[in-house]
Design a protein around this ligand. Structure first.
Ligand SMILES: Nc1ncnc2c1ncn2[C@@H]1O[C@H](COP(=O)(O)OP(=O)(O)OP(=O)(O)O)[C@@H](O)[C@H]1O
Ligand SMILES: [Mg+2]
Length: 317
């Protein structure tokens, strides 16, 4: 493995009986970068992380973290990583400071430096005011920050975040990502999974996973460039009805309902006139129609669509 890469995965497969959860996945993460693994429920994200953390032995293929092989040197890996799992555990009846102290002892942080490291993390995560509050009385966003602080108490050079921001409000999510950004700036490599496509914008590289397969691998900008055609955002009276009307129109590459709006990807920009005519004939009033930059959500749907051609995606707000 090259010294520049924090993670290297080659042709990784994980089967559970006859079911394939990770299907011939290959990618690498350079040191100090943030890699985002995106994909819907059951895509195989957590399974990939569990392999990388040395918890699960892969069926076939190779993976290494910080130069250590997951199958042969899992203990070397476990010492050097931070892992904030999807269902992280903090002790509700301990204060943030006590939780940090507990994790510091689990991760064998030398006693002499412990108090200093804990103060540093309380400062970094902004938990100062809540230092003495019982963890069970903290809001979800504060608990999330505390869990992150616990996961990095031993200064791991590699950090795994599995849905670390699930259920947290957008402002807190942004602050959480600022924190992660700062850590990456100091040389920590990060692999993060998320359902929130907007968060993927923070990543240097993105891997999109679907049904165990890696269906796209690129930077956010390069992914956008891979999307053909012109994307229109149509704000109209009945997006679901508009969706049905436009299903019959040729030259539409992909369509998805985003709350009250419809995103339509056209092979040719000139088809916008035809689209307006068709909606007009169906009596659907268009409030606005704009060409927009595809979001990562649009790209994900497009990539999935390339594999299984049934354009019936509804995306919640
Ligand atoms: N130990 C196991 N035995 C059998 N099947 C498993 C096991 N672990 C995971 N799976 C299955 O593998 C698939 C991938 O699961 P995984 O947890 O990796 O998905 P995920 O991308 O993390 O999804 P989510 O977004 O819901 O967390 C799922 O269908 C899951 O049910
Ligand atoms: Mg998962």
């Amino acid at each position: 493995m090259s010294a520049e890469n924090a993670i290297e995965i080659h042709d990784l497969v994980q089967r559970f009986g006859s079911f394939t959860a990770v299907d011939h996945v290959t990618f690498s993460v350079p040191r100090g970068e943030i890699f985002g693994l995106l994909g819907p429920n059951g895509a195989g994200k957590t399974t990939t992380i569990r392999i990388l953390c040395g918890i699960l032995l892969p069926t076939s293929g190779r993976a290494s973290v910080l130069g250590f092989d997951v199958a042969r040197q899992p203990e070397e890996i476990k010492k050097r990583i931070g892992y904030m799992s999807q269902k992280f555990s903090l002790y509700g009846d301990l204060t943030p400071q006590e939780n940090l102290d507990f994790y510091a002892s689990i991760y064998a942080v030398p006693r002499a430096g412990r108090a200093g490291r804990i103060s540093e993390l309380i400062e970094l995560s902004g938990l100062g005011e809540h230092r003495k509050t019982l963890t069970r009385n903290l809001s979800g966003a504060w608990r999330q920050r505390l869990a992150l602080a616990c996961a990095i108490v031993h200064r791991p050079p590699m950090l795994f975040l599995d849905e670390a921001t699930a259920g947290v409000d957008p402002v807190s999510r942004r602050e959480f990502w600022d924190l992660i950004y700062r850590m990456a700036g100091e040389g920590t490599s990060v692999l993060a999974t998320t359902h929130y496509m907007d968060e993927a914008e923070y990543c240097n590289q993105i891997g999109m996973m679907h049904a165990g397969e890696l269906i796209a691998l690129a930077s956010p900008d390069a992914l956008r460039a891979q999307m053909p055609g012109t994307l229109l955002q149509v704000d109209c009276a009945g997006p679901a009805q508009a969706f049905q009307v436009l299903e019959a129109m040729p030259g539409i590459l992909e369509m998805a309902i985003h709350g009250a709006r419809l995103h339509v990807s056209l092979a040719e920009p000139g088809q916008a006139d035809e689209l307006q005519r068709r909606l007009g004939r169906a009596g659907i009033a268009i409030r606005s129609l704009n060409a927009i930059q595809p979001s990562l959500e649009d790209i994900f749907l497009y990539m999935v669509q390339q594999r299984q051609p049934t354009p019936t995606h509804v995306v919640g707000e």
